[in-house]
Design a protein around this ligand. Structure first.
Ligand SMILES: [Zn+2]
Length: 367
């Protein structure tokens, strides 16, 4: 009897080991788990950005879940027939999601009748949810549009759409899966961008991340002349770039003027090509405006602050039109969260914290 129990125990143990190994192997073979690349994508239901892993699958895996037409369109960049597809004339209220990965792509509020026979939209739910690629097939120069998460082909973008964007996203119904929702107010998806340079970019992310209405921030490089610069190249001071922060905000919740206040209260605007302990053009301060209104507000706030008597020296912060913003390497993003102690030591050690405390007192949160 005892021998029987031991045998039974060993048998069950063996099965468990087998299941564990099998699951482990299967997990490793699932490509979506092998890469750690994540994306910040906008979710219409939660009205916020969420960190989502990028999706990779083998051709055979895609074939298992898609119809032959869906596979042809999404994975082989095919085009379905005009006027003979599911959504070209569809008028329900809701959200159009990626048929392969479920990412929110377009809202019914931005759909319009383009007379082309394909569903057409003038704007995606958020710029981050869509990717672009130059397409020179059939001797035409077009811009292909795909899902940012799973790279599924969606269609093309053209510059002959209606206001307010003038864009026409010409999308295959086979790439989409419609989900009926109650009204999704479009104002929540009309975000704007603000770009500021305030010296070491690690220190510029916490103050903006705390502002209600700020959806997302990235640190990076702008104002220079070299494409895709690395941190080391920017630090050498030869690329012309300055360390900067890009802020995506909802103007219905926070105004550009309020963002300007946050900016001024976190920098020393009186030192040229220097910010506290850091010296060089890569640490110059600047406001990079995205439209005339931002330019006007930036110039107004600078002259008001200059005349306020708060500073004994003139303000040297530059105000220039925004150019390409290159996102910095991942380890610099939200550095204050990744290395909180080192970040704090740096903020105090560089002299920034004590300067801001002296200038602005309790207005500044020294996180
Ligand atoms: Zn997708």
């Amino acid at each position: 009897m005892k021998a029987m129990l031991v045998f039974l125990g060993a048998f069950i143990f063996g099965i468990c080991v087998f299941i564990l190994i099998k699951n482990g192997v299967e997990k490793d073979m699932t490509p979506s788990n092998s890469g750690k690349e994540t994306l910040k994508l906008f979710n219409v239901t939660t009205k916020s950005y969420e960190e989502i892993p990028k999706m990779h699958k083998s051709e055979s895996k895609w074939k298992e879940t898609l119809s032959s037409e869906q596979f042809h369109v999404t994975r082989q960049s095919g085009t379905e027939r005009a006027f003979n597809n599911e959504y070209w004339d569809y008028k329900e209220n809701g959200v159009y999601k990626c048929v392969t990965c479920g990412t929110d792509l377009f809202l019914s509020e931005t759909k319009f009748d383009s007379k082309t026979g394909w569903p057409s939209f003038w704007q995606p739910v958020a710029p981050e949810n869509i990717g672009y690629h130059e397409d020179n097939q059939f001797g035409m120069r077009r811009v292909e549009v795909h899902c940012a998460r799973c790279d599924s082909h969606l269609g093309h973008i053209f510059e002959d759409g209606p206001p307010p964007t003038g864009k026409r996203f010409c999308i295959n119904s086979a790439s989409l899966k419609f989900e009926k929702t109650s009204v999704v107010p479009i104002k929540n998806t009309k975000f704007e961008k603000a770009t500021f340079a305030g010296g070491c970019f690690w220190c510029m992310q916490p103050p903006f991340d705390q502002v209600k209405g700020v959806q997302q921030t990235w640190v990076g490089y702008t104002g220079g002349h070299q494409d895709n610069p690395t941190y080391e190249e920017v630090c050498d001071g030869t690329t012309g770039h300055t360390e900067a922060i890009e802020v995506v905000y909802d103007p219905s919740e926070v105004s550009y003027e309020e963002l300007l206040e946050v900016f001024w209260q976190n920098i020393d605007p009186t030192t040229l090509n220097q910010q506290f302990a850091d010296k060089g053009t890569q640490y110059r301060t600047g406001i990079f405006y995205h439209n005339e209104e931002q330019q006007r507000l930036a110039e107004e706030s600078k002259s008001k602050l200059g005349q306020s008597g708060r500073y004994s020296k003139p303000l040297v912060t530059e105000i220039t039109e925004a150019s390409i913003f290159f996102r910095a390497e991942e380890y610099h993003q939200k550095y204050y969260q990744k290395a909180p102690q080192h970040y704090k030591n740096y903020k105090y050690g560089s002299g920034r914290a004590s300067y801001l405390e002296k200038m602005w007192g309790d207005k500044v949160d020294f996180k």
